[in-house]
Write a protein that binds this ligand. Sequence first.
Ligand SMILES: Nc1nc2c(ncn2[C@@H]2O[C@H](COP(=O)(O)OP(=O)(O)O)[C@@H](O)[C@H]2O)c(=O)[nH]1
Ligand SMILES: [Mg+2]
Length: 492
Amino acid sequence: MILWFGKKKKEEELKAAGATMVEPELSAEELAAKEAAEAEAVRLAEEEAARKAAEQEEIDRKVREAAIAWEERQKRERAEAEAEAKRLAAEAAEAERLAEAARERADADVAAAAEAERLAEEARRKREAEEARRAAEEKAAKELALLEDRRQAERQRAEAEAAALKAEEDRQAAIARGEPDPLAETKDPGFFSKLSDGLSKSSGKLTSGLSVFGKRKLDDDTLEELEDLLITSDLGAKVAAKVTAGLSRDRFDKEISEDEIRVALAREIETIMSPREQVVDFSDGPRPRVVLFVGVNGSGKTTTIGKIASKLKEQGAKALLVAGDTFRAAAIEQLAVWGERAGIPVLAKEPGADAAGLVYEAIEKAREEDLDLVLVDTAGRLQNKAELMEELSKVVRVTRKLDPDAPHDVILVLDATVGQNALSQVEAFRHTAGVTGLVMTKLDGTAKGGVLVAIAEAHDLPIHFVGVGEKAEDLKPFSAEAYARALVGVES
Ligand SMILES: Nc1nc2c(ncn2[C@@H]2O[C@H](COP(=O)(O)OP(=O)(O)O)[C@@H](O)[C@H]2O)c(=O)[nH]1
Ligand SMILES: [Mg+2]
């Protein structure tokens, strides 16, 4: 073993002692050892340097590796951060896209709501337009109807005027021939006051009802009220509408006084009634002229025959009265009294006799005796309507055996006090009994004269007479003008 520390120590000890060590002369062996030691030291130093270099290299490598690793980490982290940033950006984009979609959906919802509203609005506009169109159509139809009414009213007025002119001409001609004035009776002031007293009793409602219409504007409300009043006064809905339409045509929206409204109403009513005004001339036509009086019990048939007989007698007619109401002794007696009073023969049989047979006999008798007229009273009350009609048609059948044209007149006698019911009586008797004309009685009483206007409007049947009392002189030829004026309370 080479103790070179020993040498070094020795040198250091020598240095410390200040003595300079003189290198001793070395033997070859020692030199070789020294050289070997020195070579060994060099090798060791080299080894040490190599080791250090290796160590340094190792350190450098580690540093490099660490740097690379750090760099890689940095790179990775950067990449990760970038990726995260990208992901976040993508998320944000997605969120934005979703928000946009939501916005779009919301916009779409708003648009849908707006569209729905627009459609609703359009539907509403269409409905309104349709309603307006319908209203316009209705208005046009009403106007057309009004126009048609007006035309008809004008036609009727023209006809009435022509008829009145003709009647007046006939009347003047009759007067010129020295005959009595046929209309004298309807112009009789006593007659008018009786008629208007009676009618105003009944139509108290109409005449007094009308007084509220003075100094009012003739607008829709007034017309409607007036129409109601006319309906409740028995004129019926149709006449009421016709009359108010006539008034509105001429006077709409004008202020109208009570007198004006009465006069205008009277004129409208007269227009409706005047075509029914027909003074019957019993001296016309075949001989004997057979006239049947029909109607319900108590309507005034017997009384009316009595009154007509009295008038005819005055005018020189040769008549025969037939007590065809064989059901009641009192009815036979009643006719007998009228006949006696007027000096006219009455043919009657015991109660319960066959009415048709009696009429057959009467016609034969009239032929034999060359009489002008056979006035036949009939029964009004049988067990039921069918029975009554059967009785009447039997009388008619038998009459026709002697004269196919007979009976020449079938006059339905109506009691004014029954009001609207008179209209149903006309309907019931008109066709089954072949009614040719009407008489309305008891207009002096608590009459409901408005119904005669409704009848005149609904039935093309002449109204021959009106009865205003129980006496012979209380039967008057029907005058549309007098009737209309009395009904609404216009002074003649
Ligand atoms: N006040 C009034 N009474 C009348 C009128 N006509 C008939 N009468 C009365 O009415 C009632 C019935 O009349 P009547 O002729 O017997 O009816 P008939 O059953 O149809 O024959 C009698 O009391 C008549 O005096 C009239 O015009 N005015
Ligand atoms: Mg009678």
